[in-house]
Unconditional design. Structure first.
Length: 166
């Protein structure tokens, strides 16, 4: 795939892709997600390790990713490549924080379980809004923009399962 093709499919400029490819750029988590979508591959494959028969991911060794504003944190809960069609993350969202997520590849679904705090989820152009509390869960098609919001006064934690269309 050419840089031009990937730029069109991912929404990341050709110049930015060129800088990343030549190790002159430091992409944000959002840009890495866009590239994964453009390539039609799971996010963990881009940042992951080689696949093994048995994979163990120790909490101390997991790579924590933070949003540019530092209010959203994502930590993988399964070893990279454990299941190429599924990824599991622990998300932490600061009090009163909002995090917009780019659309994932076509057919991708998410299941979010609220572990503590609150979640206001907007799917699509904001027409669909769901308010959840600890113990609640939601599933949705994630191939359109979606926004995670913590309307509460304390940090919230979630488990996020991402299921890729096979």
């Amino acid at each position: 795939m050419s840089l031009d093709d990937l730029a069109v499919k991912s929404g990341v400029s050709r110049a930015a892709l060129s800088q990343i490819e030549s190790l002159r750029g430091n992409p944000t988590v959002g840009v890495i997600w866009k590239i994964a979508v453009g390539l039609g591959m799971p996010f963990s494959d881009i940042i992951g390790e080689t696949r093994e028969t048995v994979g163990v991911l120790r909490r101390a060794e997991s790579q924590v990713l933070r949003s540019a504003d530092g209010k959203m944190e994502s930590r993988p809960l399964t070893p990279a490549g454990a299941a190429p069609w599924a990824e599991v993350y622990e998300l932490r969202l600061a009090a009163r924080a909002v995090h917009a997520s780019e659309p994932h590849a076509a057919g991708t679904k998410e299941i979010v379980v609220v572990l503590s705090g609150q979640l206001r989820l907007r799917v699509g152009d904001g027409d669909e809004t769901y308010d959840l509390a600890a113990g609640d869960s939601v599933s949705f098609v994630a191939d359109k923009p979606h926004v995670y919001e913590n309307p509460g006064s304390t940090e919230s934690r979630y488990h996020d399962v991402i299921l890729y269309d096979r």
